[in-house]
Design a protein around this ligand. Structure first.
Ligand SMILES: NC(=O)c1ccc[n+]([C@@H]2O[C@H](COP(=O)([O-])OP(=O)(O)OC[C@H]3O[C@@H](n4cnc5c(N)ncnc54)[C@H](OP(=O)(O)O)[C@@H]3O)[C@@H](O)[C@H]2O)c1
Length: 228
């Protein structure tokens, strides 16, 4: 039985991943604080706050995607130590907890693969991103280290998106002017839709990506790659 575990599949990018892969797996297990809006015979939901609760036991899985994250943008003098700790907890320690918990299940899976989430802000210095950039840089280090440690059995990759149209980024896309500015800032004159990121995740989980591990895949709409 092909099974995918998605932590944070109720909303945003995780939800797009769940929706687009429902027919590719016999079971997708979603773990989040709230249930996904959709229901499907292949979709199972566990209510769980990754920072506080025990994760459910699962005996075998072919993939693990860890989606929870933060966009906590403030000038450095307004970022508290607790802000840094909270960002580290949800972005890094939550991912560590999920990987540690489901390592035995992944070892029982077929061509298993893990996907974590970074951001373009690790490569592109941007004001007010100190806390999230620090945490996501740790996610990238984790990706590379685990990729090496778990080779050749389990592949581990990260996707580093630019702004993606989800609830998490809603403050950055509040009105038409902000949407126009966001499109304009990117050399490809667009930002991301969750489905585009889900397509990348689907590829990385599949056997088509059998040679890829320890990689950070920037989906940057040109913002890191090009100076126009
Ligand atoms: N959106 C962007 O512009 C953007 C840009 C760069 C990087 N990223 C990264 O991409 C990833 C996905 O982002 P997104 O925009 O899809 O985020 P999102 O819309 O906030 O969705 C996050 C998902 O994680 C779940 N979640 C959050 N906290 C949780 C917790 N404590 N315990 C269990 N589940 C939790 C949420 O479900 P519940 O609320 O139901 O728990 C939701 O399903 C994140 O790591 C983010 O940092 C996003």
């Amino acid at each position: 039985m092909a099974r995918l575990i998605v932590v944070g599949g109720s909303k945003g990018i995780g939800n797009a991943i769940v929706t687009s892969l429902l027919s590719s797996y016999d079971e997708i297990v979603n773990i989040s604080r709230t249930a996904p809006e959709q229901s499907h015979h292949n979709l199972k939901h566990y209510e769980c706050d990754i920072t506080n609760d025990e994760l459910p036991n699962i005996d075998a899985a072919d993939g693990l995607v860890y989606c929870p994250g933060s966009i906590n943008l403030k000038p450095i003098n307004r970022l508290s130590i607790d802000d840094f700790k909270n960002d580290f907890e949800i972005n890094v320690l939550g991912a560590v907890k999920a990987v540690q918990k489901y390592l035995p299940a992944l070892k029982n899976g077929k061509n298993p693969s893990v996907i974590l989430f970074s951001t373009v802000a690790t490569k592109l210095g941007m004001p007010f991103h100190a806390s999230v950039a620090a945490s996501k840089s740790a996610v990238e280090g984790l990706t590379k280290s685990l990729g090496a440690e778990l080779a050749p059995t389990i592949r581990v990759n990260a996707i580093a998106p630019t702004v993606t149209d989800t609830e998490l980024a809603s403050k950055l896309l509040r009105n038409e002017r902000m949407v126009d500015n966001m499109n304009e800032r990117h050399p490809l004159k667009k930002y991301l839709q969750p489905q585009e990121v889900a397509d990348m995740a689907g590829f990385l989980l599949s056997n088509k990506a059998a040679s890829l591990s320890g990689k950070i895949f920037e989906m940057d709409c040109g913002i890191i790659s090009f100076k126009m």
